[in-house]
Design a protein around this ligand. Sequence first.
Ligand code: GLP
Length: 261
Amino acid sequence: MEVVILADATQIAGVAADAVGALLGRKPDAVLGLATGSSPLAIYDEVVARHDAGLVSFRQARGFTLDEYVGLPADHPERYRNVIDRVFVSRVDFAVGAVQGPDGLAADIPAACAAYESAIREAGGVDLQIVGIGTDGHIAFNEPGSSLASRTRIKTLTRQTRTDNARFFGGEVDSVPTHCLTQGLGTIIEARHVILIAIGIRKAEAVHHLVEGPVSAMWPATILQHHPHVTALLDDAAAHRLQLAGYYRETYRAKPDWQGI
Ligand code: GLP
């Protein structure tokens, strides 16, 4: 795993936007894996700015979101489908219908999950997956205990995740849905490049396990240690507990500019 420690979310956004731009430059019909949560917001803003400047286009690209709450009404502002439209998709030039998400309102949930897996496969798989990390080490909504080989399925959210996400529901933990659909760890790991973003001291413990801990279902993000191309973009606070922080900084500083992540 390449670990890149930067000063703040703005610098992280610049590096991630470079990777998105480079991918679309060589593969205009690339498939992007899009994450919700606050961590990727600065990246989306930076990519939108580059789109507005004519530097990048999503006209031929496609996208898949990672997860979705079960049961939120179609027009609920916190439904991830609506969130990703608001923060990113509607601000650039994706074709209508080019970005899909798991259907949290499906009557037949196992069928909807299987259909989502097929859609990703039929699109040729995800080229670049952007992912955040929960304070409990989840990626997407793969909570601790998730099978490291899991596929898209329904999960029960932990109280910690519902408490963390209550800020989007008027501070009311009871307003946060109890269930979600999420790409599995086995699904996410098939993306060709994974960029994980972690910002702030609240992520330091999860990042410590992610980068330097043993691979364990207790810290689901650790499955990424098995992936050949993962870039962890961290701010100083999120990297606070890394034993080899000095080594990661030195390695990144010595990297030639042309190489990218
Ligand atoms: C949610 C999302 C995850 C996200 C995590 C962290 O639970 N399902 O995909 O990574 O929150 O969110 P944030 O980036 O806001 O800290």
